[in-house]
Write a protein that binds this ligand. Structure first.
Ligand SMILES: Nc1ncnc2[nH]cnc12
Ligand SMILES: [Zn+2]
Length: 336
């Protein structure tokens, strides 16, 4: 039996699920010559020194995504792997501007991902929602124009996010984008406190008025911020293996996850860009289970935090919470 409880994955960039083998398959299909000898040669480049060193490769590699079918195949490959990991609900981010900048129409990337998501529950048992993330190192005016296009085309998105290079691009730059999204009935999340300071988490809360913070690990540097996050039960979608690979922490043993749980923060575990960071959701759970000695009650708490923090309807939420409780019960020795 997998050690992962039934779970929701809330912090996942679909372009970050592009495995080296699929990169080569798509390149061949689209007549693209890659600057790597083979998939192993590409995988050998996945040694990052910080967020930017990862982003450089991430944006370069996604150039193999050209057609709707490419986006659908990438998404289906993630869903198949996530189902094997035990994921029961996924809220998936995509980066439309990264594709528009390469001349790929908005409709191609949105329809491609959405077509795979449409059959996910029947095919893989995973309910899904789609989040359009904006690149904070590009102009806010561009994000606003793309948001208006997404709304006009009735793109099947539940919300918006904010990602890419963090330091130097505070959330407040995107205040108008978030106001427009909220007025259109969209949910709001933003990366903050991954490499950026606690002040970016404050801005995401106060200016963008987000429903969730992606990462947020640097919140522990600011006691007043911790109290605010705990008091409002703000979800923090933490990505342990990502933080290790991008050197946001020196090693998993130094990761703040146990301290965040001890402080009563509403944290979940997620994989971020699993093709690049050495693991899907089950790998992240296995790593924190081993390094922190987490037992079934800890793992079930992380899983139930994920489900309660999802933008899910009540019925599916209750079903998944019931599955988590059943999982916990079978793993917890009953008193004699
Ligand atoms: N971990 C991450 N942080 C910021 N932007 C990203 N885009 C994809 N993965 C990201
Ligand atoms: Zn992320």
């Amino acid at each position: 039996m997998p050690s992962l409880p039934p779970c929701a994955e809330l912090h996942l960039h679909i372009e970050g699920t592009l495995e080296p083998d699929l990169v080569f398959t798509l390149a061949a299909r689209n007549g693209i010559t890659l600057p790597y000898a083979d998939a192993a040669d590409l995988a050998a480049r996945y040694a990052f020194t910080d967020l930017q060193s990862f982003l450089d490769l991430y944006y370069a590699t996604m150039d193999v995504l050209r057609t709707e079918e490419d986006f659908a195949d990438m998404t289906r490959a993630y869903l198949r792997r996530a189902a094997a990991a035990g994921v029961r609900h996924a809220e998936i981010m995509m980066d439309p501007q990264a594709h528009l900048a390469r001349g790929i129409p908005l409709k191609t990337c949105v329809d491609g991902v959405a077509s795979a998501l449409a059959t996910s529950e029947a095919e893989f048992g995973i309910s899904t929602l789609l989040i359009a993330a904006f690149l904070r190192d590009r102009p806010a005016a561009e994000a606003l124009a793309v948001l208006r296009d997404l709304i006009a085309m009735k793109a099947p998105i539940v919300g918006i996010g904010l990602d890419s290079a963090e330091v130097g691009y505070p959330p407040s730059l995107f205040a108008e984008v978030y106001d427009v999204a909220r007025a259109a009935g969209l949910r709001c999340v933003a990366h903050a406190g991954e490499e950026g300071p606690p002040s970016y988490v404050w801005e995401a809360l106060d200016v963008l008025r987000v429903d969730r913070i992606d990462h947020g690990i640097r919140c522990l540097e600011d006691e007043a911020l911790v109290e605010r996050l705990v008091g409002e039960r703000v979800p923090l979608t933490v990505c342990p293996l990502s933080n290790v690979r991008l050197r946001a922490v020196t090693g998993l043993a130094d990761h703040p996850l146990p301290r965040m749980l001890e402080r009563g923060l509403n944290v979940s575990v997620n994989s971020d860009d699993p093709a690049y960071f050495g693991g899907y959701l089950d790998d992240n759970f296995a790593a924190v289970e081993e390094v922190f000695g987490f037992g079934p009650a800890d793992l079930a708490l992380l899983a139930s935090n994920s489900v309660r923090s999802a933008f899910l309807g009540q019925a599916r939420r209750d079903l998944l919470l019931g599955e988590i409780e059943a999982w916990r019960t079978t793993r917890t020795p009953s008193p004699m």
